[in-house]
Design a protein around this ligand. Sequence first.
Ligand SMILES: [Fe+2]
Length: 242
Amino acid sequence: MILTADFHSHILPGIDDGAQTVDESLKMLDMMGQPFEDGSHYVVATPHFKYHNVDDDLINQYISDRNISFAKLKSADAKKSKNIILGSEVALGRALTECNNLDKLVMGSSNIIMLEMPFQPYKPWMYEVVEKVRYTYKLTPMIAHFERYASLYRREDYAELFEFPDAIFQFNASSLKVRKLRKLIISAIESGLPVVMGSDCHDTKSRIPDYHDGMHILDKKLDEEAFYYFRNMSENIIMEMK
Ligand SMILES: [Fe+2]
């Protein structure tokens, strides 16, 4: 059985701008379909962690809120909550370099941390923060929805980011429906980068858990070898987290 994983979701209830209630979370989990029911599909819950100033207390508060939210979901449906892995979507800012317990924000049992780049043109300080996360804190950065910056980043900005040692690049399944973004994603996969998919789902209506729609598109657009490589990559990374 091949394991698949939605690496980016706002599935936990009442913690950010994603699911607002336990009921909504459960409906979103239902939308993940049969592979989730069967236990071969995982979902990483990545609520926003977005602060200008980051300190230990804020991180502790966030972890406590996330645990409470997850506990509510588990007590409503323990079976459906089984394949949820806790993570976070950490907004990249200069303040991250002054924080000593970023490791609390990793994804599951891995040392991978999801970083959301600011929605603005690429600047050297951003790379420096990613470097600090990698080399000082010894965490592996996963860049959230890397394709979202296509209108802001120049070709050479992407080239620099893609060369970052050991980084993982996540894209949103819905971006595969946009030609320009699909091209960027497909070429990143075909060039052998560690690329994974997430739905970045927030609700049941417009930002839905569409991971499997994305898989269908990839199956059609990638050749067999690239598709196999992509699935294997996902499986290896989720094994590190679970
Ligand atoms: Fe997100």
